[in-house]
Design a protein around this ligand. Structure first.
Ligand SMILES: *[C@@H]1O[C@H](CO)[C@@H](O)[C@H](O)[C@H]1NC(C)=O
Ligand SMILES: *[C@@H]1O[C@H](CO)[C@@H](O)[C@H](O)[C@H]1NC(C)=O
Length: 333
């Protein structure tokens, strides 16, 4: 089932049932070559990321010492008690002459078009779930994947070639080979079961797992909300036959040198203040899927204009604009 059907199925649950659907915008916080989960302390990390959320994001974010909610002074997300950080790789366009241009993110045209890039973030639940503990983090997918079989180990690490802002068909695990009139939507969905003990694991993945027959396995018995990203990449300026490869291949490449798309992955560090996330889940908040209505009075919000103001200067000073001779970092193809 495609994620949008899952969303509609969740939305159709009878009122009174335990189910939540938080959907909100987080503007771009910074584009930087840092990765505090996979390469803590490395300035720069091997590849470039686009990051949203609280401004306590840093090269190193130790799971015990680093309390995002008390360190951050602003968040680029609409829910102001959410100082979590959410990030993905960065998309590049490769020209016929071998140079690269960074593709910007754009606000979600369904309600959040005023957002200065970034992501739309969802927390979904059906049934009672336990919010993450302070210090919790996880990744999903892998920059090393280059086959569909690998990418499919995780449901919904997908691309949707938008013909309009409401296109929700033709999703795929690799880069589309045709023009996407309204841009390229990339989705990242995290597992929903937790081992109940560890806020992290050596591979940043094995402390969480997917349900088996709709139930969390005994090794990972605690149901957690489903964290889910949608990132809208503004590929529209590149919809020009004269710019695309003459051999019919597609021109986009992830910042870690992947021209297949199968290496799509996401990173998450929990940083909600106090019990705010649990409160919203317990209140069964149901945000609208097509507008900016977050429908969650138990949470404090800010306007998109305010969320756009929360940004950080990149720690790694390098040129990211214009046509670049190589991808930032060491992972050039
Ligand atoms: C990032 O970490 C460094 C070293 O611990 C610290 O000096 C700096 O203030 C931190 N920056 C932010 C934005 O938290
Ligand atoms: C490479 O191609 C791009 C896109 O066609 C063009 O704008 C740029 O000037 C070219 N750069 C060089 C060094 O030829």
């Amino acid at each position: 089932m495609h994620w949008s059907q899952l969303l509609l199925a969740a939305a159709a649950l009878a009122p009174g049932a335990n189910s939540a659907q938080l959907r909100f915008s987080c503007a771009q916080l910074v584009v930087d070559r840092l990765d505090p989960i996979v390469n803590p302390g490395a300035i720069p990390s091997p590849h470039l990321h686009q990051i949203v959320g609280g401004n306590a994001f840093n090269a190193s974010m130790d799971s015990t010492a680093h309390d995002l909610a008390s360190t951050a002074t602003c968040t680029s997300c609409v829910f102001t008690e959410d100082f979590s950080n959410y990030w993905t790789a960065v998309l590049f366009f490769k020209a016929r002459n071998g140079t690269y241009k960074r593709v910007p993110t754009m606000g979600n045209p369904l309600g959040y078009q005023a957002s200065q890039g970034g992501q739309t973030v969802y927390y979904l639940s059906s049934g009672k779930v336990t919010a993450f503990k302070p210090g919790f983090r996880m990744t999903v997918g892998s920059p090393t994947y280059r086959t569909q079989a690998e990418a499919k180990k995780n449901p919904a690490l997908q691309f949707t070639c938008l013909q309009s802002s409401t296109t929700r068909t033709g999703y795929r695990y690799d880069f589309p080979t045709e023009f996407c009139k309204a841009g390229l939507m990339v989705t990242v969905r995290f597992p929903t079961c937790w081992d109940g003990t560890n806020v992290d694991s050596p591979d940043h993945q094995s402390h969480v797992a997917y349900p088996v027959n709709k139930k969390c396995p005994s090794t990972h018995p605690v149901a957690i909300p489903e964290v889910f990203y949608e990132t809208y990449w503004d590929t529209r300026p590149f919809n020009d036959k004269a710019l695309w490869p003459a051999d019919g291949s597609q021109p986009f490449v992830w910042s870690f040198g992947d021209a297949t798309g199968y290496g799509n992955h996401g990173d998450y560090v929990f940083g909600w203040k106090g019990d705010a996330l649990q409160r919203a889940l317990d209140a069964n908040c149901q945000s609208d899927l097509f507008s900016d209505k977050t429908n969650c009075p138990t949470l404090k919000t800010q306007t998109i204009t305010q969320s756009n103001k929360c940004s950080m200067a990149p720690r790694v000073k390098e040129n990211l604009d214009g046509w670049l001779a190589k991808l930032p970092g060491t992972m050039d193809m």
